[in-house]
Design a protein around this ligand. Structure first.
Ligand code: HEM
Length: 399
C-alpha cells in the first residue's frame, strides 16, 4: 500500500452536523485505512480509519499510551497541560496500568452495573419529574444530560452530589478548555478536592469506590495520591462522555423520525438502538491516541518507532467492509462492531455503566414525554467549539 506522506490533511476538524463526520474525513478514509494527517502543532501522525487495522494496532504492545513522553501526540493545545498528560490508567502502560486496572475492574463489572439499574431509573425519573414541572421547554443538556452521569458517578465514586456545580465545571475545564492554563487550573482544583475526600475516607470509609479502595492505600498497594488520581480519571471519563452523548443521540433520533418511531414503539430493542447510536455518533471522535515504541509493519506499511497514531472511531465505525451503507443511521442494524469504547487493554472501563445510563436515558425520555421535539430550528443547534469531545452547547426542547 502506498501512503502519500506529503498530502496530510488537517485533523481533527469540527463537525458541523452533530452526527456526521466532516467531508474531509470521508476523503481521507476513501484513500485507504492508514493515512497521515497534520495536527494543530504541525506534527504529522498516522490516522487509522480501518476497523481491522484499528483493532490490530490497539492490541499491539509496541503502542504506548504514556502521555508524558514528547512522542505522544497532543491533539489540542489545552491537552499539552500537565493535568491532561499525567493521567493515571488511561495514560499508563503495563505493568502499572494492569495494577491500577485490576483494582478498578470489579467496580465496573456487568453485574455491578445491573445492580445499579433501579437506582439509575429512579434518578432519571426524578429529573423528568422536575423537567415536566418546570416546562414546557427545557435545555436538555442542563436539565437531563449533565445531571444523569453527575448523579450516577457521584454516588458510585462517593463524591457528594451537592458539589456537582464544582465538579461538573472542573471536569469540563480539563476536557474542554481552550488554553493549557485553564486545564492546569481545573485539574489542580479537582485533584485538591478529591484528595481531601480520599483523606476523609481513610478515617471514615464511605460506601463509594473511594471508600472501598482506601484499604489498598492502608495496605501500601497504592498511595493516597494514586487513589486521588484514579478517582479523578473516573470523574472525568464518566462525566464528559455520557453527558455529551445523551443530547447527540436525542438530536440524531429527532433528525430520523422513522427511526424514532421504531424506537418509541419498541419495535427495536433499546440495547440495539443504543449500540447503533454509539457506532454512528462516535462521541469521542477518536478512540485512542498512541505513540509507537518500536517499528510495526502493517498492510505493507512500516510505522516507525516514535511515530504518533490516532485511531478515528468516527471513520473506523463507518468501515464499509464491516457495515453495509455505513453512513446510514439504522437502529435495527444489530452490529456491535465499533470502536467507540476503544479496544485492547485501555478499552473503556465504564462501558457497561455507560450503556445502562444511555438506555435508561433515551427509553425513559421518549416514554414519559412522547411529544418531545426541538424548540428551535435544527440549523440553530451549535456544536461545542472547544475540546475534542463531540457535544452540543445546548439542546432546547419542548413538548
Ligand atoms: C458514551 C460513553 C463513553 C464513551 C464513548 C467512552 C469511551 C472511551 C474510550 C474510547 C476509551 C479508551 C481510551 C484509550 O484507549 O485511550 C475509554 C477508556 C476509559 N473509560 Fe470510557 N467512555 C464512556 C463512558 C465511560 C464511563 C461512564 C466511565 C466511568 C467510569 C468511563 C471510564 C473510562 C476509563 C476509566 C477509561 C480508561 C481505561 C484504561 O485506560 O484502562 N468511560 N472510554
Amino acid at each position: 500500500m502506498s501512503v502519500d506522506l506529503e498530502d496530510a490533511p488537517s485533523f481533527p476538524v469540527p463537525r458541523t452536523v452533530p452526527y456526521q463526520p466532516p467531508e474531509s474525513y470521508r476523503q481521507i478514509s476513501s484513500r485507504g485505512p492508514l493515512n497521515k494527517v497534520t495536527l494543530w502543532d504541525k506534527r504529522r501522525v498516522w490516522l487509522v480509519t480501518g476497523y481491522a487495522q484499528g483493532r490490530r494496532l490497539l492490541s499491539d504492545p509496541k503502542l504506548s499510551a504514556d502521555r508524558t513522553r514528547q512522542e505522544y501526540p497532543t491533539m489540542a493545545p489545552h491537552l499539552g497541560a500537565q493535568a491532561a498528560r499525567k493521567l493515571v490508567l488511561v495514560g499508563e502502560d503495563p505493568p502499572i496500568h494492569d495494577i491500577h486496572r485490576r483494582l478498578l475492574n470489579p467496580e465496573f463489572s456487568l453485574k455491578k452495573a445491573r445492580a445499579l439499574a433501579p437506582r439509575i431509573q429512579e434518578l432519571v425519573d426524578g429529573l423528568i419529574d422536575d423537567m415536566l414541572a418546570a416546562g414546557p421547554t427545557a435545555d436538555l443538556v442542563q436539565s437531563y444530560a449533565l445531571p444523569i452521569p453527575s448523579l450516577v458517578m457521584s454516588e458510585l465514586v462517593g463524591v457528594p452530589y451537592e458539589d456537582h456545580k464544582f465538579f461538573q465545571a472542573a471536569t469540563a475545564g480539563v476536557m474542554q478548555a481552550r488554553e493549557p492554563a485553564e486545564t492546569e487550573a481545573a485539574g489542580a482544583q479537582l485533584a485538591q478536592y478529591l484528595g481531601t475526600l480520599v483523606e476523609r475516607n481513610l478515617t471514615e470509609p464511605g460506601d463509594g469506590v473511594i471508600g472501598r479502595l482506601v484499604h489498598y492505600v492502608q495496605a501500601g498497594t497504592i498511595t493516597a495520591a494514586e487513589l486521588t488520581q484514579l478517582s479523578m480519571v473516573l470523574m472525568i471519563a464518566g462525566l464528559e462522555t455520557t453527558s455529551s452523548m445523551i443530547p447527540l443521540g436525542v438530536v440524531t433520533l429527532f433528525a430520523h423520525p422513522e427511526q424514532l418511531a421504531a424506537f418509541i414503539s419498541g419495535e427495536v430493542p433499546v440495547q440495539t438502538a443504543v449500540e447503533e447510536l454509539l457506532r454512528y455518533l462516535a462521541v469521542t471522535d477518536f478512540a485512542a491516541v498512541r505513540w509507537v515504541t518500536d517499528d510495526i509493519e502493517i498492510d505493507d506499511v512500516v510505522i516507525r518507532a516514535g511515530d504518533g497514531i490516532v485511531v478515528s472511531s468516527t471513520m473506523v465505525n463507518r468501515d464499509e467492509s464491516v457495515h453495509a451503507d455505513p453512513h446510514v443511521f439504522d437502529i435495527s442494524r444489530g452490529n456491535r462492531q465499533h470502536l467507540t469504547f476503544g479496544y485492547g487493554i485501555h478499552q473503556c472501563l465504564g462501558q457497561n455503566l455507560a450503556r445502562l445510563q444511555l438506555e435508561t436515558a433515551y427509553r425513559t425520555l421518549f416514554a414519559r414525554i412522547p411529544g418531545l421535539r426541538l424548540a428551535v430550528p435544527f440549523e440553530d443547534l451549535r456544536m461545542r467549539s472547544s475540546g475534542t469531545m463531540q457535544g452540543l452547547e445546548s439542546l432546547p426542547v419542548t413538548w
